[in-house]
Write a protein that binds this ligand. Structure first.
Ligand code: ATP
Ligand code: MG
Length: 204
């Protein structure tokens, strides 16, 4: 008789955290880490968007800078990797395309799309929203200052450490000359200052 094998045990479990990462900060990393542990994921892909549909006017660092900062932020954590799948495809980034491309790249993986409470509240507005559940399980993470929407589509909610950090606030701080150290890895702080990012911009 053939031995009984647990097929699910052999499939890689990959978390996907999409975002503009303009810049990446400890709120992103803590949320990714928490979901990784809670769902026993093998890996979390940090996926910077090309053009985000809801914020076409506000991205203020180039895609090259955003990717470089993500690479620096994940360097010391073997669970995290940066994927440029959205930037390589170009144009407006829709999660349905992200997940389809990642499925083609990792055919034997199960995907868990990680979304903070604020983004999850707009899930129904996402392109091909009804197909998303077939491509990945959606995992909500709590976010300081944002209440959690009640959604049937969410597979699971993970409580992330409550870090009231946002990229918008970081960009404002840089412009105002207020410290940003400790809100993100030191390597990212150094990168921002070396390349003089966020000194001008559109957020105000
Ligand atoms: P911005 O202020 O420019 O919108 P952001 O801080 O919201 O930046 P994004 O790149 O928009 O960062 O977020 C990517 C993903 O990470 C989203 O799903 C968002 O909800 C989640 N996220 C961002 N910051 C936190 C945080 N502090 N805690 C939990 N989730 C977060
Ligand atoms: Mg955001």
């Amino acid at each position: 008789m053939a031995p009984v094998t647990d097929v699910s045990a052999s499939r890689t479990r990959i978390g996907v955290l999409g975002g503009t990462f303009d810049p990446i900060h400890h709120g992103h990393l803590a949320a990714a880490s928490e979901v990784c542990a809670a769902l026993r994921l093998d890996q979390v892909l940090i996926v910077p968007t090309a053009v985000q549909p809801f914020k076409r006017d506000s991205v203020s660092a180039s895609k090259e800078h955003r990717v470089a900062m993500c690479e620096k932020a994940v360097r010391n954590d073997a669970r995290f990797e940066v994927s440029t799948v959205d930037i390589d495809r170009g144009g407006v980034t829709y999660t349905v395309d992200t997940l389809r491309d990642l499925k083609a790249q990792y055919p034997s993986a199960d995907f868990f799309f990680i979304t903070g409470a604020d983004s999850l509240a707009r899930l129904s507005e996402w392109k091909d929203a009804e197909q998303l559940g077939e491509l990945a399980q959606f995992v909500g993470v709590t976010r300081a200052g944002h209440s959690f929407p009640q959604l049937e589509t969410t597979h699971r909610v993970v409580e992330a450490p409550s870090l009231a950090i946002s990229s918008t606030d970081i960009r404002r701080r840089v412009r105002a000359g207020v410290p940003i150290r400790y809100l993100m890895p030191a390597s990212v702080v150094d990168y921002i200052s070396k390349h003089e990012l966020y000194l001008g911009g559109l957020d105000d």
